[in-house]
Design a binder for this molecule. Structure first.
Ligand SMILES: NS(=O)(=O)c1ccc(C(=O)O)c(S(=O)(=O)NCCc2ccccc2)c1
Ligand SMILES: [Zn+2]
Length: 260
């Protein structure tokens, strides 16, 4: 059910009531301190094999806008870096702020970006299903990419032009053959640490890989995310979908490593 959200009555500071792991020892997101992140020469580059990727649809799940992928085989995977296996792409989604406000989940020395893109992958080598992987400590790998406002992003238009079709919570529409490779920055240098889902159920099952270089998107493109609604078509109170981000959580002694 709809037992959590980003409002005053159901927001991140209250999630621990239904999801006690919210106060766990490896929660996400975190504030990343580049000077403290240890440069680990054993950390190789990440490899993204998205060429054969097959997007299926784009949906408004009442918390974000999500593009789902066909994940019945290893056609779209992330591997290398901190990962021992290839992890299969399952979906990507965004977190963002209000007009001109900040909206990323991870922060860098306290600096927030306008938005953050998450590409969710699961360890299909070790686990049978996504659901099983989502509760395992090495089950998921999420690639985080910061979005900052600036020039128009030529490929983000494919997504922002489709948002009007999924305005309401529960709406879904076809979204075929979108390759998220076009959303990557030029550098794949990253920070990595062990964390969790940033939304309930907040499972501590994520190896986070956060790219250092943001991508630029225009304020006009960002404004299209904000025309989405948290609420369904049948609900009379229309609530604009914005500020759907969890603030940074305690590091609790964790080490953040840097690729280079
Ligand atoms: N910010 S995040 O990357 O942590 C994240 C946010 C939302 C979701 C989601 O469920 O849509 C996901 S998810 O696709 O990984 N689903 C997690 C909840 C879930 C667990 C087990 C089975 C189905 C869904 C991840
Ligand atoms: Zn996310």
């Amino acid at each position: 059910g709809h037992d959590w959200g980003y409002g005053v009555e159901d927001g991140p500071s209250l999630w621990h009531q239904n999801y006690p792991i919210a106060k766990g020892s490896r929660q996400s997101p975190i504030d990343i301190l580049p000077q403290t992140a240890s440069h680990d020469p054993s950390l190789g580059p990440i490899a993204l094999k998205y060429d054969q990727c097959t997007s299926i649809n784009i949906a408004n799940n009442g918390h974000s806008v999500v593009v789902e992928f066909e994940d019945s085989d290893d056609r779209s995977v992330i591997q290398g870096g901190p990962l021992d296996n290839p992890y299969r792409l399952k979906q990507f989604h965004f977190h963002w702020g209000g007009k001109g406000c900040r909206g990323s989940e991870h922060t860098v020395e306290g600096h927030s970006y306008a938005s953050e893109l998450h590409l969710v992958h699961w360890n299909a080598v070790k686990y049978e299903t996504f659901g099983e992987a989502a509760t395992a400590p090495d089950g998921l790998a999420v690639l985080g990419i910061f979005l900052e406002t600036g020039d128009d992003h030529r490929w983000l238009h494919t997504i922002t032009d489709a948002l009007y079709m999924v305005k309401f919570k529960g709406s879904v529409t076809n979204f075929k053959s979108f390759n998220p490779k076009c959303l990557l920055p030029s550098s794949l240098h990253y920070w990595t640490y062990l964390g969790s889902l940033t939304t309930p159920p907040l499972h501590e099952s994520v190896t986070w890989i956060v790219l250092k270089e943001p991508i630029a998107v225009s304020e006009k493109q960002m404004s299209k995310f904000r025309m989405l609604l948290f609420t369904g078509e049948e609900e009379d109170q229309r609530m604009r979908m914005e500020n759907n981000f969890r603030p940074p959580q305690p590091l609790k002694g964790r080490k953040v490593r840097s690729s280079n």
